[in-house]
Design a protein. Structure first.
Length: 216
């Protein structure tokens, strides 16, 4: 009996708290709603930065575009205008799932998942798409998808020769030092371009030790 009373009170408390939780944790449609005349978000009262106004008037949110596409864009490729201007390599999402918030008047809110390709590199896992509420999205037309996604990675630049000769004066000094040390000079001294060393005092002291010369 006591257990039933406790459970009933817990249940009653749960239903009492639900409205409070909803009040303090607004839905996305409330949080990101925008008054296009004043460029202000009604929920927070904050005004968008002036630099964003042009994009808001010219571009669209992701779900404003997906609402007019079959299956809400599943299987389609979308990109962002900021990516188009900032990167030469293709950047886009391939949508695998979309969940629309039907409580919105224009169905311009929701969540979407897909596979991201950024700067020509495709990620291996599906993940939730971010910034879907930004007025920054474009759908790549079907007939342009192949060309838009085509990308040939630029090969690593030629590293050039691995070694180069020393300058003439330094070469002569090295050869003379080797002869004084009793070495038989059979190989041309060269600089190893692929060897990463710090040319500090300690480096040269170690080289002297290896040759048996003074360490100071």
């Amino acid at each position: 009996m006591l257990v039933e009373v406790v459970l009933k009170k817990s249940s009653d408390l749960y239903f009492v708290l639900i409205p409070e939780i909803i009040h303090y944790r607004p839905l996305r449609i409330q949080k990101y709603a925008l008054d296009y005349e004043t460029m202000t978000r009604p929920y927070t009262g904050k005004r968008l930065p002036i630099l964003a106004w042009e994009s808001v008037r010219r571009e669209s949110r992701l779900f404003s575009l997906l609402a007019g596409i079959r299956l809400f864009g599943v299987g389609r490729i979308v990109t962002r205008t900021s990516w188009l201007s900032d990167h030469k390599e293709p950047c886009y999402w391939k949508i695998t799932k979309a969940k629309v918030d039907y409580t919105g008047e224009n169905m311009d809110h929701g969540k979407a998942w897909g596979i991201l390709t950024f700067k020509g590199k495709e990620e291996s896992e599906v993940k939730e798409m971010d910034k879907v509420m930004y007025h920054d999205w474009r759908v790549v037309p079907k007939h342009e998808e192949e060309e838009f996604t085509r990308f040939t990675p630029v090969p690593d630049r030629d590293t050039g020769p691995s070694c180069v000769p020393y300058p003439p004066l330094l070469r002569a000094m090295i050869l003379a030092q080797r002869r004084r040390g009793g070495e038989t000079v059979t190989q041309e001294p060269t600089i190893d371009l692929h060897r990463h060393v710090v040319l500090n005092k300690e480096y040269f002291q170690n080289k002297e030790k290896q040759r048996g010369g003074p360490a100071s």
